[in-house]
Write a protein that binds this ligand. Sequence first.
Ligand code: AMP
Ligand code: ZN
Length: 114
Amino acid sequence: MTDCLFCKMVSGEIKPDTVYEDDEVLAFRDINPQAPTHVLVVPKQHVATINDLDAGTAGVVGRMLLAAAEVARQEGFSEQGYRTVMNCNEHGGQTVFHIHLHLLGGRIMGWPPG
Ligand code: AMP
Ligand code: ZN
């Protein structure tokens, strides 16, 4: 996708503050952090929303969670705990239409979310 912000980060056209990368996913710091650590984990393959996942692409979501757990270890809060979130479409608050997992850590999270 030529016009997708996160595809441009995967291709290197835009350089994010990368904290983790493997063959299927890229993780980088959110530009507008909502916690002491706020990292976005994205698949290298473009999928616009959770609604667009199918049997062929759904496996990458597990890889996104594995990457989030690895970043939480790197950041030193895996035992204290953290929040992972995937927003979908308008009511979910999605603003970038390339699926991403938010990893938030370093403070106690409230519930329910707003
Ligand atoms: P969402 O609202 O769930 O679609 O999340 C999109 C996230 O992308 C927001 O938390 C933004 O702060 C973040 N974001 C937008 N532009 C950038 C950027 N250039 N670099 C890093 N994070 C970004
Ligand atoms: Zn994309």
